[in-house]
Design a protein around this ligand. Sequence first.
Ligand code: MG
Length: 249
Amino acid sequence: MVHLRNKEEIAKIRHSCRIVSETLVELESMVKPGVTTRELDTAAEKIIRGKGGVPAFKGLYGFPATLCISVNDEVVHGIPADRILLEGQIVGIDVGAITDGYYGDHARTFEVGAVDEELRQLVVATRESLDLGIAAAVAGAAIGDIGYAVQQRAEQGGYGIVRELVGHGVGRKLHEDPQVPNYGSPGSGLELQEGMCLAIEPMINMGTEKVFTEADGWTVKTMDGAPSAHFEHTIAITSNGPEVLSAYR
Ligand code: MG
């Protein structure tokens, strides 16, 4: 069932989204060679709770941490640990928060120190594919228009688009209907309506689209070991077009 949210509900989702956005902005300065992924996780939980939110991922489906931290060939859902980030890596950080019963969901891929140009281009393409997907999310368009926009940009760079994992509705649950694939054809699928709140989240691989889940039951990695990037915003579809709820700056 797809929920259409009223202004009050969207305001609550916006509030949670602002917290996750501020959290990633604060974490950005910590993402440097030498930091451990656990240090980032501990800091994120403190930031979220300090703003009156509750980490949304911790305990959800049994996930053990506040952040999903995914390095290089890890696509999403990496578990924070005593792992040290190294110069030249890319690291996807995904964060969710709940306030007043409503969720916010947001992810960015950061560069650790100086990274190779080829890797930078992957990050740029993934961020641009998200921006294009968001621009396509207007009332009267279709879910497939979002996926088509993402897919066009990713394939232009010759990248693989992860199929198994998709964006989703956001509201009183972290994952609600509808599913929002990062591929599609124009005009296909559910019609977008004012009041829908969606997390759009392209996961783009430098190599093939194929992924697998590690033995820890969580970490999704690329099958060919090539790097992967991930960006995610929660948006609301309004009469004025898509509003990015998780953009703090
Ligand atoms: Mg999500």
